[in-house]
Design a protein around this ligand. Structure first.
Ligand code: TXA
Ligand code: MG
Length: 316
């Protein structure tokens, strides 16, 4: 299917991707079309192993090689100078390319059998919540995708960490499945996090990763009062109940008990948001977790979900 220029949704450890042959500009164009994503927004090219790095990137700094060796396969995306194999269609016209080796047996088997690179953004419509099961992909993209490869629910649940590794001083463009602390331990120095950076990172649009329901963030101790007040005003309120309030009774339309472990929270996050949409919530009240470890990525996604939306629409 990939060789024929088709679109294949594939499982990764982070979220499901909407894959196309990275070297086929027509197939890549269809990815943008199906996602409803502006063609200037670059895709991640998935490759089968760090040993192929030289085929897809040029002038790879030693630091980038170190990160690739240490974290691939895994939820780390490296932005590097574009190699000749990468068409400009896949990079949105940029001279850099985002590369990653996913840590999922099905994705790795596919990449190895295919032999090339698979350009794949998350398999959701532009701006909405990333899919973490094959059912999410089918529900969101339906017949627009030629094949959905079901590899079970994603283990990590939030997207990869994107690191700008073009220079000698790497920085984080999007927090994700590899923690800042783990990166810093390998690099032996502190790492800047530029969630809004000079480099265009469309995943950093104010409203992104957003469910249909409006998301409101409040301090953990205010979650119950805020939710009940909105429910009384006639909203269908979904509540993300923080672990510190696990036993609290809330008068709301739907309640999600947030797992105490950040890994379990990350794994469940997008499914929770989808579930509250399905249950007909129009408002979700949540609080931010502590921003360390995976909490940094979770907080980033919640902030984006709660971000301002284009006027006149409820969903991007
Ligand atoms: O975990 C993930 O990263 C998932 C799975 C499928 O691998 N993919 C994913 O893709 O989240 P997407 O397209 O939803 O997000 C990719 C992000 C976008 O924000 C894009 O702007 C950024 O990567 N990106 C891609 N190429 C870039 C480049 N050359 N420079 C800076 N950012 C880039
Ligand atoms: Mg995405």
């Amino acid at each position: 299917m990939l060789r024929a220029g088709g679109l294949v949704a594939l499982p990764t450890e982070t979220v499901y991707g909407l894959g196309a042959d990275a070297e086929n500009p027509a197939a890549v164009a269809r990815v943008f079309e199906v996602k409803g994503r502006p063609p200037t927004h670059p895709l991640i090219v998935h490759i089968g192993g760090a040993e192929h790095l030289g085929d897809w990137a040029e002038d790879v700094p030693a630091t980038a090689r170190l990160l690739a060796e240490r974290f691939w396969p895994g939820p780390l995306t490296l932005v590097l100078r574009r190699g000749r194999r990468v068409p400009l269609e896949a990079t949105g016209g940029l001279e850099t390319v985002a590369l990653r080796v996913p840590d999922h047996p099905v994705a790795l088997a596919l990449l190895s059998a295919f032999g090339g690179g698979v350009a794949a953004p998350s398999a959701n419509r532009f701006g909405s919540v990333s899919p973490t099961t094959a059912d999410h992909v089918r529900a969101e993209l339906g017949d627009a995708v030629d094949f959905v490869l079901d590899g079970g629910p994603c283990e990590v649940g939030v997207e990869s960490t994107i690191v700008d590794a073009t220079g000698d001083t790497p920085s984080v463009l999007r927090p994700g499945g590899v923690t800042r602390e783990d990166l810093e331990a390998v690099l032996g120095r502190p790492l800047a996090v530029h969630s809004t950076s000079r480099v265009r990172v469309p995943g950093q649009h104010p409203s992104h990763y957003a469910p249909r329901a409006r998301v409101v963030l409040v301090e953990p101790e205010k979650v119950v009062a805020e939710a009940e007040q909105a429910q009384e005003l006639g909203h269908h309120v979904g509540v993300f109940l923080p672990p510190s309030l696990a036993d609290a009774k809330v008068k709301a339309h739907a309640v999600v008990e947030v797992p105490a472990s950040p890994a379990a929270y990350a794994r469940g996050l997008y499914g929770f948001l989808r579930e509250l949409d399905l249950q007909g919530c129009d408002l979700i009240v949540a609080s931010l977790p502590v921003e360390e470890g995976l909490g940094l990525a979770i907080a980033n996604r919640l902030r984006r979900a709660a971000g301002p939306r284009p006027s006149g629409t409820d969903t991007v």
